[in-house]
Design a protein around this ligand. Structure first.
Ligand code: DX5
Ligand code: ZN
Length: 216
């Protein structure tokens, strides 16, 4: 069954708590937290002080996606929150990627690594054993509501093949422009989890929107 992770970036920010409770009620598995620093990504969102205030409904896992340059500078403030289940950093954002992933695991979070659309999958080939999640970006980081880039889809298949060959349990999450229209082919390529900004928070009926993704 597809794991659905609505992105809080697309929620109504004047009532974040209610928006989180609403997607949990509607059947969301994870909550995607897009952290941007204005340097790695051309937008600034929120950080640890805001995340610390968010309600965490039972059963909803927090899936943080750091689009931050040199995240090792601030990783401790995220690890210290104690509410993050998945913590993903970009392969392009740090020099000592393996060290950072190990640090995340040692702190009790599931480490994840993300790739921008233009980044070759080979960039994570040697850290695949160090992560529980690979987050494949199918838009360029920065904004929700961007157009899905179909040219990135073969990357999912390539990474899935490595995971299967090595007998790993690593999940693949796809982020950017995922909708019920493309979810079936992405699952066929190896997608286990999808980020859904517009596809959930952009819809009127969250429950129907999540069901539409899970039913493809
Ligand atoms: C983009 C973010 C995404 C975004 C997804 O930089 O990483 O998580 O919120 O939004 P949609 O699903 O609308 O493309
Ligand atoms: Zn994201």
């Amino acid at each position: 069954m597809l794991i659905v992770s609505p992105s809080l970036l697309s929620a109504n920010c004047s009532k974040l708590g209610a928006e989180i409770e609403a997607v949990a009620q509607a059947g969301a598995d994870w909550l995607h937290l897009d952290v941007m620093d204005g340097t790695f990504a051309p937008n600034i969102t929120f950080g640890p002080p805001v995340i610390a205030c968010l309600p965490k409904p039972a059963g909803l896992q927090f899936d943080a996606h750091l689009m931050v340059q040199n995240p090792e500078r601030i990783i401790d403030s995220f690890l210290g929150l104690g509410t993050l289940d998945w913590l993903t950093v970009h392969a392009e954002s740090t020099t000592h990627l393996q060290r950072l992933l190990q640090l995340i695991r040692d702190a009790g979070c599931h480490p994840g690594v993300s790739l921008n659309p233009s980044t070759p999958p080979e960039m994570i080939e040697w850290v695949l054993d160090d992560v529980d999640l690979v987050l494949v970006m199918t838009v360029n980081p920065g904004f929700s509501g961007q157009k899905f880039l179909p040219s990135v889809a073969p990357k999912i298949e390539r990474i899935k093949n490595w995971i299967v060959k090595r007998g790993l349990k690593t999940l693949i999450e796809v982020d950017g422009g995922v909708s019920p229209k493309n979810a079936r082919s992405l699952m066929d390529a190896g997608m286990d989890a999808c980020v859904a900004g517009s596809a959930v928070y952009g819809q009127k009926d969250y429950q129907a929107a999540i069901k539409a993704l899970k039913d493809v």
